[in-house]
Structures are given as structure tokens and as C-alpha cells.
Ligand binder design. Structure first.
Ligand code: GN1
Ligand code: MG
Length: 365
């Protein structure tokens, strides 16, 4: 980051730029995030993030949702550790610099870390419980006051329409490269049809969801290994439980990265599936409806399919959304999501058995 920009930001937040070193932080795809390390006092460390305003073009919606949730939690659940933004000197929760770029500052939680891949089922349980708890605690908050910062973000019907459009407009070389995955997406469009029934099902309520429940969006304590808090609340919005539960299944069912290229390394882990489902049910404190319970397995299918479709669509559109490391990157990411999806569906009987077992345990409580 240019020093003049950093000095402007420091001025807005009333700290001394010269007291900090700046390092790039984390593995998020959309925003630019850095760690501001104070040269002498770890209590003054910060996380600074530049909001991607191509993707989030109304930062005031994020700020508004955040304030509603924060006010509600402060009133009803004082003990809940809700991530705080630092206010600018003139009391705004983000700063717009001279070039119109938007920045947010958060206190760095010392002794914390996040996982990109999970190697112990107990961690998956704890992450799932933590994300579910956010939705559960916000269930009394006035949902109609929240707005979607990205319209139709998890609307699979719309995503499928965009995918078909991208197919018809793609350059022939890319379309050829992607043909196998395009066929896979089309052959599995029952997943899109089922989404339609979910969105029309009165038994599946809109809830306040996090909508980006990758495991690296939870901070853990380095010493106790306990989950500390949920981060990356930009997509907090009304949505269905399948988004949050599904993204956890997507990112924790296997121990491979999101862009794994070796199919042999895609191992479905039923014990992790069980931990995610059990943690989610526990965090929701017995509030899932009968219809939601019937769609627990579908949640994983939904998110794996949608994420694969999003990467594939971006490949067909010449990589306009996700940053890539090489030309085939989005294709590889899409392939990886579809491999995991296939693995999940091959084991549906066994995994549904795990869900049923957890639901029986819940009914005995
Ligand atoms: C993006 O920025 P990041 O990495 O937290 C994306 C998510 C995807 C994810 C895939 C606003 O999240 O929806 O699931 O990449 N966020 C947005 O890794 O598109
Ligand atoms: Mg994110």
C-alpha cells in the first residue's frame, strides 16, 4: 500500500502511521486485507481492510446491517463476542479515501488464528456451532430491516441463468475446455429445481445468515483452541439456513484446498460431516423447523453446486470476478467443487443416516 494512502487512513482513525508495519493478511478472495503491527504495543495491533467496491457497491448497506445486528446483540445478548469495527475520528464505521476507496479498521484479536483447512473433527464442530449461534441469537432481530448487500447472492435459480448466458457467450476455446463441467452442471440441474421448492416453502424461513461460512471466517484462540468469534460479516443478510450449513460442508467435508487438482486427494470424511451437522444443530438450539431438518443433506449439495457453478461461470466469462493465479484456475476450482459434490452424493445413504442419528439424539434432549 502506498505510504500516502496509509497516512490518510491513519489520519482518519487518529493513529500514527509511523508506529506501524503493514503486512498482507489472510486468504480472502474478494477484499484486500492487511495486518497493522504496532512496533511496541501488541494491544494496538489492527486489521485494516479495503472493501472490494466492485462486488459491494453499497458499503452503507453493510454498515447498516452491521449496526442493526450490533444494537440487537448489545441489548439482548451482552456476552456475545460480536466483532467491533473501530470508528473513524468523525465516528463513521468506514473511511472513504480521496480516490473513493473504502477502508475498515478492526482491533486485532491477539493470540487468535484461523484455519484454511480443518484436520480435527472437534474444530469443525466448534466452527459450525459458532456460525449457527450467530443466526440463532439474531433470530429475534427485525429481519425486514436488513438489506442484501449483494442482490441475489445465493439465489441459485439466478446463478443458473447467468451460467447459461455465460455458456452461450463464451469464447469457443474456453467453452471447449469447460465442456465436461458444463455437462456436469446441466446433468445435475435437479439441484437448481430443488432450490426453487425451498424458496417457495413456507416451512423454510428466511433467517439472518452469515453467507460466507468458510472455516477461515472464524477466529480461534491459539492457547485454548476454542472458537472466539465470527469475522467477515459483510454478507450478513436474510437468507436460508442451507447457505451457511452448506458452505461449512463445502469447506470442511474434505481436507483439500478449494482448488485441489488431484482427484485422489478428495476424501469425504463422514466423521467431519457428523461434527458439522451436530455443531450446527447445537448452535441453532433446537430451532430448526421440520422442513429445514429434511434439507440438511441438500445444504451441502446446494453450496457445492452453486460454488462450482460460480467458478465455472467466471471461467466462461474470462475471469472477471475471482482473482486467479493462472489461466485455468477458475476451471480447477470448479472441478474441485464438483468432485466433492460427486463424492457427497455417492455417499448420500450413509450421510443421511448420520443426519437421522443426530436428529434422534436431538429429539431425546
Ligand atoms: C469469496 O472473499 P472471500 O474469500 O471471503 C466469495 C464467497 C465464496 C468464496 C469462495 C462476496 O469469499 O461467496 O464462497 O470467495 N465472496 C463473495 O472461496 O463473492
Ligand atoms: Mg468473505
Amino acid at each position: 500500500m502506498e505510504i500516502e494512502v496509509f497516512e490518510q487512513i491513519a489520519g482518519a482513525y487518529a493513529f500514527q502511521a509511523s508506529e506501524y508495519t503493514v503486512e498482507k493478511y489472510g486468504s480472502g478472495l474478494i477484499h484486500f486485507t492487511c495486518f497493522l503491527k504496532h512496533k511496541t504495543d501488541p494491544g494496538k495491533n489492527y486489521i485494516l481492510q479495503q472493501l472490494n467496491t466492485q462486488v459491494f457497491n453499497q458499503p452503507e448497506i453493510i454498515a447498516g446491517n452491521y449496526s442493526i445486528a450490533n444494537a440487537y446483540l448489545k441489548k439482548k445478548h451482552q456476552a456475545y463476542n460480536f466483532l467491533q469495527f473501530v470508528n473513524t475520528y468523525d465516528r463513521k464505521n468506514y473511511y472513504t479515501d480521496a480516490k473513493g476507496r473504502v477502508w475498515r479498521l478492526m482491533n486485532y484479536i491477539n493470540n487468535s488464528f484461523s484455519y484454511d483447512t480443518v484436520h480435527e473433527a472437534v474444530v469443525a464442530h466448534s466452527a459450525a456451532q459458532e456460525f449457527a449461534q450467530l443466526t440463532y441469537l439474531l433470530s429475534g432481530s427485525a429481519i425486514h430491516q436488513y438489506q442484501s448487500p449483494i442482490v441475489d447472492f445465493h439465489n441459485l435459480s439466478k446463478r443458473y441463468t447467468s451460467f447459461l448466458k455465460a455458456c452461450s457467450e463464451a469464447v469457443s476455446e474456453r467453452k471447449q475446455q469447460a465442456q465436461k463441467l458444463i455437462d456436469f452442471a446441466e446433468n445435475n440441474r435437479a439441484i437448481v429445481q430443488h432450490y426453487k421448492t425451498i424458496s417457495e416453502n413456507a416451512g423454510i424461513p428466511l433467517r439472518i445468515i452469515h453467507a460466507d461460512t468458510k472455516v477461515n471466517n472464524i477466529l480461534f484462540d491459539k492457547t485454548t483452541l476454542q472458537a472466539l468469534c465470527v469475522v467477515d460479516l459483510d454478507t450478513l443478510m436474510p437468507g436460508y439456513f442451507i447457505s451457511d450449513l452448506g458452505d461449512m460442508i463445502r469447506t470442511m467435508l474434505c481436507d483439500c484446498p478449494e482448488d485441489e487438482t488431484d482427484r485422489q486427494k478428495i476424501n469425504i470424511r463422514p466423521d467431519f460431516f457428523e461434527a458439522i451437522v451436530a455443531g450446527y444443530i447445537k448452535g441453532m438450539n433446537n430451532s430448526l423447523t421440520k422442513e429445514e431438518k429434511k434439507n440438511i443433506f441438500y445444504a451441502g449439495q446446494f453450496m457445492l453446486y452453486m460454488q462450482g457453478l460460480r467458478f465455472l461461470t467466471d471461467y466462461l466469462q474470462n475471469d472477471v470476478y475471482y482473482p486467479i493465479k493462472h489461466k485455468e484456475h477458475n476451471l480447477q476450482r470448479a472441478q474441485c467443487q464438483f468432485w466433492i459434490l460427486e463424492g457427497l452424493m455417492e455417499r448420500e445413504g450413509e450421510l443421511q443416516g448420520i443426519i437421522d442419528k443426530q436428529l434422534v439424539l436431538l429429539s431425546q434432549k
